[in-house]
Write a protein that binds this ligand. Structure first.
Ligand SMILES: *[C@@H]1O[C@H](CO)[C@@H](O)[C@H](O)[C@H]1NC(C)=O
Ligand SMILES: *[C@@H]1O[C@H](CO)[C@@H](O)[C@H](O)[C@H]1NC(C)=O
Length: 530
């Protein structure tokens, strides 16, 4: 018994010694703790608010005339949710070309206050994430003898650069001194110049001074900045001052963007099979889907087709270059789109509906040519209805800033510009559900799986500001189905349009869609029109 105890004790002792030895020899590294919510430093704010010289008192006494045509263009503070035109009963479509929807109606009156509070909290935390020094207003004061870079200085996280362009203009003085102050890194000099005194080198606040201006200016050519607080994408505002004068400039701190390149083969003709994957989502309509596949195969026998399927009793779809993904029953429209695009490995993805038919006018090469030769990320085509009507469903999307109640979202038919060299193509914000896109860009924006019924433009709303969208009316796919969807309908199907686009206000799908616009996108109002 005793010997057993001794053995155990000995064993424990040995392990403790071993662990200690291991800890001792383990390579250690000192880590500092930092506050990751970067706020613009108090320094910048102080200089913005207090240090700008007061405008001359006589200025406010000078009278002026407002030019209404221009003043009206300046955004109002707080957008207003209203329809345009007179709304007469029975003549709604004719009289009012723009309709307005108050989005808070998606919620019950008693829960609205709570929802608004939560939205506000999420919005503030998002803003904190996104804001950097580059968003701060900086004003260059008049007659500044300081020379400095206004933009274009960039450093990789935790790396060092020489700050280019620093200098002090000739001022009649017997002693020259400048201060540099950073908040996310330290300042130093890469070389020393005689007759220049350096204080605070290696710190966030550095002073350089000299009796001779030329020496000081020479020294300023060797000033370095070292980022010390890691952040993959932010900016530091450096404060630069001499007696009586000051300036702020921005150093961007960011990792380089990792390229995502696709090997598209040899030059010459576009090899569609190597460049494009066709993605679609199906639900019950297997006969339609088979017609689509057969029509694609007539023109593109070896292009890969990815199918997302949330039918209740999925049927097998097989064949060469087909990938069929079965999803839980009724997962929905955007969930299916999301799954389909997540499986694409080619540079481009072509979105089609399962009831489309390829014809000789469905020239995917033309789409590829547009995306290869422009900066567009996505280009839509035209859908030809069984009636012979074709539509591009071009939409412009704009956001007018509001205050605490949220912003206003405006959807209008139309486009911004015609694209030079492509007379059939325009730049716009939203297109029909037949489009070719850069795969990585659509994957970044994603299709919100919460949108499970009728949804389409929501993807373009989420992508606003990151997707560069075009539309060409000379790449045409045929629509087999008689069912009219809002984005493939036109005046002759206004009834269907209204029915799908504005389902009865009580319907769950409609309410949850408005709710997403209200909370997720922080809109208070949606207006649509021509
Ligand atoms: C530079 O900073 C020091 C404090 O570190 C201050 O005393 C001095 O007045 C500043 N000089 C200029 C030119 O602003
Ligand atoms: C086109 O690409 C496919 C898939 O990468 C490849 O199998 C085929 O050989 C290519 N065709 C030509 C003509 O290069």
């Amino acid at each position: 018994m005793r010997s057993l105890r001794k053995t155990v004790l000995f064993g424990v002792l040995v392990s403790v010694v071993l662990v200690l030895a291991l800890i001792h020899t383990w390579p250690t590294r000192a880590y500092t703790t930092i506050e990751v919510w970067q706020q613009p430093g108090p320094l910048v704010e102080r200089h913005l608010e207090d240090r700008l010289p007061e405008p001359h008192p006589q200025l406010s006494a000078i009278p002026f005339r407002v030019r209404e045509s221009v003043a009206g263009l300046l955004a109002r503070n707080g957008c207003v949710c209203e329809s345009e035109g007179v709304t007469l009963p029975f003549f709604q479509i004719l009289s009012s070309r723009v309709s307005a929807h108050q989005l808070h109606t998606a919620f019950q009156a008693d829960e609205l206050e709570e929802v608004k509070k939560r939205r506000d909290k999420e919005f503030k935390s998002l803003r904190k994430r996104l804001q950097t020094s580059t968003d701060t207003l900086i004003i260059a004061e008049a007659n500044n003898p300081l020379q400095y870079p206004t933009q274009g200085v960039e450093v990789r996280p935790l790396k060092t650069i020489i700050i280019p362009g620093l200098a002090l203009q000739d001022l009649p003085r017997d002693h020259y001194s400048i201060n540099l102050t950073a908040t996310l890194g330290t300042l130093n000099v890469a070389a020393e110049v005689d007759e220049v005194q350096i204080q605070g080198d290696g710190e966030m606040h550095m002073t350089l001074s000299s009796r001779r201006l030329t020496k000081l200016n020479r020294q300023l050519q060797f000033v370095t900045y070292t980022n010390t607080l890691f952040h993959p994408n932010t900016a530091d505002t450096v404060h630069f001052e001499t007696e009586g004068h000051q300036a702020n400039f921005i150093i961007k701190i960011r990792h380089g963007v990792t390229p995502k390149l696709y090997n598209i083969g040899n030059e010459g003709e576009y090899n569609i099979s190597a460049l494009v994957t066709i993605a679609t989502k199906t639900f019950l309509r297997y006969d339609k889907l088979q017609n689509l596949i057969d029509s694609v195969r007539k023109y593109y026998p070896t292009v890969t087709i990815v199918i997302a399927d949330d039918s209740q009793n999925p049927q097998s779809i097989s064949g060469p270059y087909i990938e069929h993904y079965i999803m839980p029953f009724g997962k929905g429209w955007f969930a299916g789109r999301n799954l389909a695009i997540s499986q694409v490995t080619t540079k481009y993805v072509l979105w089609v509906d399962d009831d489309f038919i390829f014809t000789s006018k469905t020239k995917v090469e033309k789409f590829v040519d547009v995306l290869e030769r422009t900066t567009l990320d996505l280009v839509g085509g035209a859908v030809r209805e069984a009636t012979g009507y074709t539509t591009t469903y071009r939409q412009t999307i704009s956001i007018e800033p509001g205050e605490d109640d949220g912003d206003c979202l405006h959807l209008r038919r139309g486009f911004h510009h015609v694209i030079q060299g492509f007379p059939n193509c325009v730049v716009t914000d939203g297109v029909v559900n037949f489009f070719l896109a850069r795969t990585d860009k659509v994957q970044q924006v994603g299709f919100d799986p919460r949108l499970n019924r009728v949804a389409h433009l929501e993807f373009f709303i989420d992508g606003l500001g990151s997707l560069h969208v075009g539309s060409c009316d000379n790449v045409i796919v045929s629509h087999a189905s008689k069912i009219k969807f809002p984005w493939t309908s036109q005046s002759e199907s206004d009834k269907a349009y209204a029915k799908f686009r504005y389902p009865p206000a009580s319907s769950d799908a409609s309410q949850s869609k408005l709710g997403l616009l209200f909370f997720k996108n922080r809109f208070q109002c949606l207006t649509r029109g021509d």
